[in-house]
Write a protein of this length. Structure first.
Length: 346
């Protein structure tokens, strides 16, 4: 099946395009300065699109200002009042996200579709396990209930001849998520937004999301992704990048190997590991970097890493290596400088 492809602001989504990384502002949209800073910080480490909730008219004005001061596509997330969607379209957002089940009825949904169509602004529509209402239990499975609800909604979009649609069919259960998206992928040509709802804090939330999202990514399913975490948004971007890297869906993401430490470790590994991780956040290359506690692991277990740094057994003296071959011993600052230079030249 040939899949739809279109622009969302300065990004392309759909057939043959990279899977895009998304996050969402974690404060009210009227907190403009904070959200501009957050968005630009995330963009510098790999964010492709940023979404903001719209609760009132003040938010519709704020999102216009946020768009002026950021570089990634901006998405307006609207529930209940279709007028806010129309205001955000006039404000120049790059994408509208609505739940057709709570936007106020078919006539109001059509009004939003027509406004998006006129401005060539794509729309993400969300149908999930928490918004099935009259469709719950109508078929043999929750996945088929969701697709039944989606069919009715998409019939309106087809009548309006509007194809710039991204589908979101999220669940809080990884097994349900996989079934829903596999069926949707085989049935519809629209790009799919992947994500697990209500996943949790960083570690547990990432594990839950990985169980649901990673198998889909490996199958080639998913055009945009968010790992929703009740944590620093930087962790969302890191989690997305890791999954896309492991699933071989993106080739511009580095990999970092870190030793868990043991009695052979004679250095404080965590601070230098975090420092290198922060540096790699801004690297967009298919490079593997290892940070190891001692030469045993550095030369042995991490021999496949493109570059690495390991404790030497002497305080503040580090061994640099490449593909398991030692490059010499250096004090910390010189070792980091040389490591970063090798990564830059890779």
């Amino acid at each position: 099946m040939e899949r739809y492809k279109f622009n969302i602001g300065n990004k392309m989504i759909g057939q043959g395009c990279p899977c895009l990384i998304q996050s969402m502002g974690d404060r009210k949209t009227t907190e403009i300065d904070y959200l501009v800073s957050e968005t630009n910080t995330l963009a510098s480490i790999g964010l492709d699109m940023m979404r903001f909730s719209i609760l009132d008219e003040d938010d519709t004005r704020a999102i216009k200002e946020i768009k002026k001061r950021t570089t990634v596509p901006i998405i307006a997330d609207i529930h209940f009042d279709y007028r806010f969607a129309l205001m955000c379209i006039k404000a120049g957002v790059d994408k509208i996200r609505i739940n057709p089940g709570n936007i106020g009825g078919e006539a109001k949904l059509r009004a939003v579709i027509q406004a998006c169509k006129e401005k060539h602004i794509p729309m993400r529509i969300g149908v999930n396990s928490g918004s099935l209402n009259k469709y719950r239990g109508k078929t043999a499975s929750k996945a088929d209930d969701i697709l039944l609800a989606l069919d009715e909604t998409l019939s309106i979009f087809k009548e309006e001849h509007f194809e710039e649609v991204v589908l979101s069919l999220k669940s809080s259960n990884p097994d349900d998520l996989k079934e829903i998206y596999e069926k949707a992928y085989s049935k519809y040509p629209y790009p799919l937004h992947l994500g697990l709802t209500e996943s949790g804090f960083a570690t547990l939330g990432t594990i839950k999301s990985a169980l649901g999202v990673y198998p889909l990514l490996k199958e080639g399913i998913g055009d945009t992704i968010r790992i929703s975490l009740a944590d620093d948004r930087v962790e969302e971007i890191r989690a997305c990048k890791t999954l896309l890297k492991l699933a071989k869906r993106r080739t511009d993401i580095p990999d970092m190997i870190v030793c868990p430490t043991c009695g052979r470790t004679l250095i404080d590994l965590k601070p230098i590991s975090r420092e290198i991780l922060s540096h790699l956040d801004h690297v967009f290359k298919n490079v593997t970097v290892a940070v190891m506690g001692c030469p045993v692991n550095g030369i042995g277990e991490a021999k496949d890493a493109d570059f690495g740094i390991a404790g030497s057994g002497t305080k503040d003296v580090y061994l640099l290596f490449t593909k398991g071959q030692p490059l010499g011993l250096f004090e910390k600052e010189e070792a980091l400088q040389k490591l970063y230079q090798m990564i830059e030249e890779f």
